[in-house]
Design a protein around this ligand. Structure first.
Ligand SMILES: [Zn+2]
Length: 274
């Protein structure tokens, strides 16, 4: 994230759910994420009978006035990465026939965070998912290609899912369900959860699900998109943008498709009837 935190809302929840993603990631593999040989994959989600079609607000993090986010190890602005990922994810979710997706912004158009939250509410979104990448560790300078230099650090890879416990019990409970479910299903694909080493006092580790963290910023600095939406919302920090291995892999369609399965599975768990 960094530089003007945007909210990402992702809905996922753990539980006995009828989704058909296989445990492909548990197949023997010598390589570990984010090395190239590490397998990341999932079978398509099986939607429960009568699940219907749900509105999902997909926030491409940053892309607001004076807020382009971090600059990755590949010298790419975070706002461009999140826009690209949001477009791919929206297409995948809509192709299932079970989700109607609204993107928070379009390429080249700046949108204030407050307007995004308001739009999601007025549209009647069932969940708000905000996409970001982190930057972690002490960076070194390097050149991913001739003529450009940017930061790199390979010590702190992995995804994290952020949520807020601020608000009423029903809404915060559903946020947590979404956060845990999303982290669980991301882990099932073979993606690795960040251990939270640098989050320290700013985010609290969840005691039940690796990769889940609750916002512990001072009240005045808590993340807008985590506490403000009226529907369950989460932020997904997909990876450490300063880790060039992760940054490259998140450009691969296979990684994005597996992530889309994880998001779908989590949304099914959140939105299916009891
Ligand atoms: Zn960000």
């Amino acid at each position: 994230m960094k530089k003007g935190r945007t909210a990402v809302v992702v809905a996922l929840s753990c539980g006995a759910l009828a989704w058909g993603a296989s445990r492909l990631a548990s197949a023997p593999s010598a390589a570990r994420w984010p090395e190239d040989g590490a397998l990341v994959a999932a079978a398509p989600v099986v939607f429960p009978a009568g699940f219907g079609r749900h509105r999902i607000y997909l926030d491409a993090g940053h892309g607001a006035e004076g807020n382009s986010g971090n600059r990755s190890s590949l010298c790419r602005d975070e706002q461009d990465f999140t826009m690209s990922l949001a477009e791919d994810l929206a297409q995948q979710l809509e192709q299932s026939g079970h989700f109607e997706v609204k993107l928070s912004r379009q390429p080249g158009v700046l949108v204030a965070y407050r307007d995004r939250v308001q739009e999601a509410d007025q549209w009647g979104a069932a969940a708000f998912l905000s996409l970001h990448s982190d930057v972690r560790g002490r960076p070194e300078q390097w050149s991913p290609q001739p003529g450009v230099r940017c930061s790199r650090n390979r010590t702190a890879p992995g995804f994290s899912v952020l949520w807020s416990d601020e608000g009423g019990a029903e809404l915060t409970g559903r946020r947590l369900k979404l956060a845990r479910s999303l982290a669980f299903h991301c882990g099932q694909t073979g993606l690795t959860a960040y251990d939270g080493g640098e989050y320290r006092e700013l985010y609290g580790s969840d005691d039940q699900q690796a990769g889940v963290f609750v916002d512990r910023h001072d009240p005045a600095k808590r993340i807008f998109v985590l506490r403000q939406p009226t529907m369950p919302s989460v932020i997904v920090e997909t990876h450490n943008a300063w880790d060039d291995r992760e940054a490259r892999r998140w450009e691969q369609s296979s990684i994005r498709e597996a992530f889309g399965v994880a998001v779908s599975a989590a949304l099914v768990e959140l939105l299916r009837s009891p």
